[in-house]
Structures are given as C-alpha cells and as structure tokens.
Design a protein around this ligand. Structure first.
Ligand code: EPZ
Length: 430
C-alpha cells in the first residue's frame, strides 16, 4: 500500500479501545524509524551503488521516503524488513513538494543531494503540530561548506561548485542538522568537524552506515564529530538499531495499566533516562541482556522531568510518560524544552478526566485515581500513541481518531497490543 493510501485510510479509521485491563506479555521492538530514514537518505551518496538495510520498520514514513527516493531515481525495494536501494550514476536533485510537505524528514536528502549533485531543490518542509521546525541550522552548516541558497517560490534552491571541509558549531544539537551535515561531509576530502552535534543513537547508527560506505568518522555519540569524506563511496549492508521510542511506548503501556510487559531485542542503555524515571516513580524495571521488563508496582509516584537532547529524557516520549503520570500518586512537573508547542495532547487528556495545568512549556500533572473513556483526536505521532495508552487505562471505551499519525511510527500496533491482551479494534468511520 503506497503512502498516499495509508494516509487516506488513516483519516477514516478509528481505534476503539476498551480499557481497564492490565497488559501482560512479551513483544519485540521494531527497527528505529528515526534511524532508518537518514540511513535511507544516505544511499544518495552512492553513484551506481547498492545500499542494503536490515530491520527497516514497515511504516508510512518509510513508504514516504521510498516514494521520495524513487522520484529522485533510486530503485527501492523492501521485503520482510530488508530494503535494497540501487542508486544510478545520474539522479534528480529536485524534490516534490507533495512528499516534502508530508514528512519533515524529507529534508534529510538535502545534504546528500548538494554533496553528490552540486545542487538541490527542497520545498520548505511544513511545520507540524509540535512546532515550526525550521531547517536554518541545516542551511547555515551547508552554507559554511560552500553552498549558496536562494528561496524561490517557497523552496530552497541550493548550489555549490564543490563543498569544502569546515568546522561547524551547531547552535542546538539538532538531530536532522547533524545527520545532513555528516552526509554532506561524506563526499568531501579533508576534515569536517561538527561541534555541539546531536548524540542520539540514531545519529550513531547513521555514522556506522557511512563508515561502512568508506567514510572516516570519529566521535559519533559525543558532541564533536569529525568526518573525512571520499570522492567515491562503496556498497554497504547495514542494520537499523531497535526503536527506543516504540519500545518505551509499550513499556509505558504496561506501567499505565498496571501490567507486566517485556520488550525484547532493544538496547537498554538507549532507554536509560526512562528506566531511571520509572524507578524514581517506584516502578520495578528489570533488564536482562537486550530484554527490558516492567512489573506491576501498585500506585506509582509522580515524577518531574525536563525533555532534553540525548542522553536526556527524550521529547518523543513526553506525551506517553505524561499519560502514565495522569494516574500517578501526587504531582508531576513536565517541562518540554526541545519543541515550542508539544502539548496539544493535554486538551485531549483532560477529556478523559486527567488533571493537567499548562504554564508555558511546563505541564503540572495532578494524579487522579481513574480515567474515563472519550472520543479523542491524535494531533501528531507521539500524542496519538499517548492517547492509546490513556485508552488502555481508562475504565470504559475510548475512540482514537486521526490514526494516520499513528500509522507513521508504530508498525503493527493493533496486533502488538492485542498480543498483550489489549481490547483494541480498528473501525472505519465516515
Ligand atoms: C528528530 O527531528 C526526530 N525525527 C524527531 O522525532 C525528534 O522529536 C527530534 O529529532 C528531537 O529528538 C527524525 O529523526 C526523523 P531537531 P528533527 O532538528 O531532526 C529546532 C518523531 O516523533 N531546529 O533535533 O527535526 C526544532 O524546531 C519525531 O519521530 C531549528 O530551530 O529535530 C526543534 O525545536 C518528531 N532549526 C529543535 O531544534 C533547525 O535547523 C530540535 O529539532 C533544526 C531544528
């Protein structure tokens, strides 16, 4: 099913959840969406080469990136989570507004296209429910490497006579900007240094991919990354890391319903911030190899946290942990420091009986003893996931609408929740 079909399907479908039962069981994490997307974009650095990627999650965002790369001339195939990307000698450098507007991560082709074709046309990626999400850090860094940009009819036209190595300081450890600049530097001989770079595991996974293609990289995962590129890169066969946000979402489904849930094949250190907060709340967490289990712990305590770039508490988990804190004993203070407006889920939470008071970028959550079902609307991917958690905990029926957001990031969420005993069905609204 193409990404267009999935979107139109998602707009009509509803998730009907009958909550109140503890979830119990074991599931395996999908490959990380936010690692797979930049790795797919890095294929553009090859000329007449092939990139093979294992453990690619089957998600709408992945299909959107497949459509975008196909539009640029790459032959992309995916079967059973294995993706092959065959890149011809010549590719297009113009990206279609229809796809770029649908997914901000389309901006990840900017660095590879400028480096490989000497030019790129990228319609400004739309903002979304969680913020304006500009790409000024990406543009500033590429400009420092010798790219000139012009804004024409709402699209960035970038052009260079040849990128040069540079020392770039990022005003904020932006994940996408770090990834775009790493990829751009991969075709540049000489040393490019990124200071105040993002440390996310997904950035490290991309660095491993570029290294497999023949790029010399050091420092990934630290705040300073050094890249020595090469004129020609080679075929590579890489694997996507487990999705730490998806895995954490299911662990929080166990927490909010008072059940016992194990997520397998994850990297426990990638979810250290969550595990530390859960223990602070009095919730038992067990780590055994690459399996993590949360146990029923009775009424857990409220906790306070601030979302931060990795290794801080992830902003992509803020709506989900807020959902769990709605049923905690006491008060939780949650400060969102990464995005300017990532609290659209709060009004939907209140419709289910939650007590949340917003003060600027801080939410004060007063725990309640129960939640009640309601018809609620997902505003974005992680808010949608959080509403599913609320529905699983509420005592009666919850209907979650606008599922196209959820299909973007959670492969097989209905089957996975059912396997944990969740009473979840998909109906088609009109
Ligand atoms: C990545 O987005 C993720 N997406 C997001 O996940 C995640 O929330 C975010 O990193 C933060 O961890 C993918 O990896 C595909 P940023 P990205 O650049 O790269 C501002 C999800 O749910 N900023 O680190 O866009 C920006 O507005 C998604 O899977 C600029 O001002 O995030 C934001 O406030 C949601 N100028 C902050 O920095 C720029 O040029 C962090 O953005 C770039 C970013």
């Amino acid at each position: 099913m193409s990404s267009v079909d999935l979107v139109s399907e998602g707009k009509k479908e509803r998730l009907v959840i009958r909550g109140g039962e503890p979830l119990k069981g074991v599931l395996t994490a999908q490959g990380a969406k936010n690692a797979a997307l930049p790795i797919m974009a890095s294929a553009l650095l090859l000329r007449g080469g092939r990139l093979t990627i294992e453990r690619v999650p089957d998600l709408q965002d992945i299909h959107t990136m497949m459509d975008l790369l196909d539009h640029l001339g790459v032959k992309v195939e995916m079967k059973d989570h294995r993706m092959t990307l065959d890149v011809p000698e010549e590719i297009s450098w113009e990206t279609p507004a229809s796809l770029v507007r649908k997914m901000r991560a389309s901006s990840l082709v900017l660095g590879p296209l400028v480096a490989r074709c000497g030019r790129a046309v990228l319609p400004l990626p739309g903002g979304c429910a969680i913020g304006s999400r500009p790409i000024d850090f990406h543009v500033k860094g590429l400009a420092k490497m010798g790219t000139s940009f012009e804004l024409v009819q709402g699209a960035f036209h970038g052009r260079t006579s040849g990128l040069k190595p540079a020392r770039i300081y990022l005003d904020f450890p932006s994940v996408g900007a770090t990834e775009n600049l790493m990829m751009a530097a991969s075709l540049v001989e000489g040393e490019t240094i990124l200071e105040n770079a993002a440390r996310e595991p997904e950035v490290v996974n991309l660095a491993e991919t570029l290294r497999a293609m023949g790029v010399e990289i050091e420092g990934e995962g630290s705040g300073t990354i050094k890249i020595r590129g090469a004129k020609e890169l080679k075929d590579a066969h890489v694997s996507v890391i487990p999705d730490r946000i998806e895995a954490s979402t299911y662990l929080l489904a166990g927490v909010i319903t008072g059940g016992k849930v194990t997520v397998r094949q994850i990297v426990p250190e990638h979810i250290e911030a969550l595990c530390s907060k859960l223990e602070e709340a009095g919730i038992s967490v067990e780590i055994k190899g690459d399996d993590v289990t949360v146990y029923p712990s009775g009424r857990y305590r409220g906790v306070s946290l601030k979302t931060l770039p990795y290794p801080g508490f992830p902003t992509d988990l803020q709506p989900q942990i807020m959902a769990a804190m709605c049923l905690a004993e006491g008060t939780s203070v949650i400060h969102e420091s990464v995005f300017e407006s990532r609290f659209l889920h709060v009004s939907e939470f209140k419709r289910m009986g939650a007590q949340v008071d917003l003060q600027g970028n801080t939410a004060i959550v007063t725990g309640v003893s129960k939640l009640v079902g309601a018809e609620v609307h997902a505003s974005d991917l992680r808010a949608g996931a959080a509403l599913v958690l609320m529905g699983l905990a509420a005592e009666d029926e919850t209907v979650v609408c606008d599922l196209e957001h959820i299909w973007r990031g959670y492969e097989g969420i209905v089957e996975k929740l059912r396997a944990l005993g969740g009473k979840v069905i998909v109906t088609r609204g009109e």
